[in-house]
Design a protein around this ligand. Structure first.
Ligand SMILES: [Ca+2]
Ligand SMILES: [Ca+2]
Length: 392
């Protein structure tokens, strides 16, 4: 199931269809040796009371939450149609949006404005720049760099750095992030439809189904594959302390998963890590799908079945911000918190890179679509219903 913006009746239909799909492993499933603890993760109840509180309303179809650089950086809310507006108190800041690319963005379903990141400033002069991931009017993936002028993104400054033809409307990936190494990382889905009909996930000759890396400072920058075997990496984030990249990879019909690419692995990418899709859904072998064995196979660091939801929303590693940040919820410190779009459930796991049971948090956020730890340390969750909530 992909991340989707659907009315409730459609979601119910999907839930019924999923229930009818059955949960049995194929009898002829090839068994690749699993490390201890891989496979659907054991769940334990939280003993702390982290709950969700509505902080702001009035946004439309939130597709991302982005922190402005700097110790007092504001929170930018991405909206699917192609706009981004600052969070100001209990709603969007008044006036024209910070970004408005609606006239060049195809929006709806899994298309639209999918990701934005502030580029590191090189030198002390020069305009602030952002990089934007969105669906072009032709339905293709576009990533472009823009200058910020007079406090707003200037559409005429677009410099396209990635343009990928999309065979289907769904599975377009989402977030674009700046790694601890200053390079760009974006996750692209397998192209779409269902069960990866073109086998893009395991094909190292296509950019679909990959985590891609781009070195802005290279003499002749180009996109390289940082990891492969992804189905729809809708939300990804960087652990601000370690530089590890955490990926929520949306599952097909049975298993939702969280993947982790260690910082070391982002720096040592030959061969790139293989997250398995579509040879595997989670740790379940997909019959008739080949595995490209050139890269090391990495199992999910956490996963759950559709008894718990239908579409994972990748989250954030919660850290105590530099300089204090008393708003960081103590119960979530040094943990990765994430959840499910359909059930609204939230979980957390320790962010040490080992496999642990998933701790079920009391907070429930239906239609959750994005996570962020803001400059003051607060843990925020955006929804396609246009709300921003705080977990505390
Ligand atoms: Ca697609
Ligand atoms: Ca996988």
């Amino acid at each position: 199931m992909a991340w989707r913006v659907l009315p409730i009746p459609v979601l119910l239909t999907i839930a019924i269809a999923v229930a009818g799909c059955g949960d049995d492993a194929p009898a002829d499933a090839a068994r690749t040796k699993l490390p201890k603890g891989a496979g659907p993760t054991r769940q334990v109840a939280a003993t702390t009371g982290v709950d969700a509180h509505v902080l702001a309303r009035g946004f439309r179809q939130v597709t991302g939450l982005v922190r402005e650089p700097g110790r007092r950086g504001r929170t930018l809310v991405l909206e699917q149609a192609g706009t981004a507006r600052w969070l100001d108190g209990d709603g969007p800041a008044a006036g024209a949006p910070f970004l408005d690319l609606r006239s060049v963005t195809k929006s709806g379903g899994e298309q639209g404005l999918l990701g934005l990141a502030f580029l590191p400033r090189t030198g002390t002069r020069g305009p602030q720049r952002v990089v934007v991931h969105r669906t072009g009017l032709d339905g293709d993936t576009q990533v472009a760099i823009y200058e910020v002028r007079d406090g707003r993104v200037a559409p005429t400054t677009a410099k396209v750095i990635l343009d990928v033809e999309q065979p289907y409307a769904n599975h377009n990936g989402g977030a674009i992030v700046v790694g601890r190494d200053g390079r760009l990382y974006v996750g692209l889905g397998d192209g779409g439809s269902a069960f990866d009909p073109r086998d893009n996930g395991q094909n190292l000759k296509t950019q679909l189904g990959k985590l891609l890396r781009y070195d802005l400072d290279a003499d002749r920058p180009r996109w390289r594959i940082a990891a492969y075997g992804l189905r729809n990496p809708w939300q990804i984030s960087v652990d601000q302390r370690t530089g590890d990249i955490w990926i929520g990879d949306v599952g097909e019909q049975t298993i939702e998963e969280i993947d982790r690419l260690s910082y070391r692995r982002t720096q040592d990418v030959a061969p790139p890590v293989n997250f398995g899709w579509s040879a595997f859904e989670g740790t379940r072998r997909q019959p008739g799908k080949d595995l490209d064995e050139s890269g090391p196979l990495a199992w999910p660091i956490a996963s759950y079945t559709h008894a718990n939801g239908c579409s994972v929303t990748g989250g954030v590693v919660v850290r105590r911000p530099r300089g204090g940040g008393s708003a960081a919820p103590r119960a979530l410190l040094d943990r990765y918190v994430f959840g499910d779009y359909c059930s609204g459930r939230t979980w957390s796991v320790p962010a040490d890179g080992r496999r642990h049971p998933m701790r079920r948090e009391p907070a429930r956020v239906p239609h959750q679509s994005a996570y962020l730890q803001d400059a003051s340390g607060r843990v925020l969750v955006g929804t396609t219903g246009g709300q921003v909530l705080e977990l505390r």
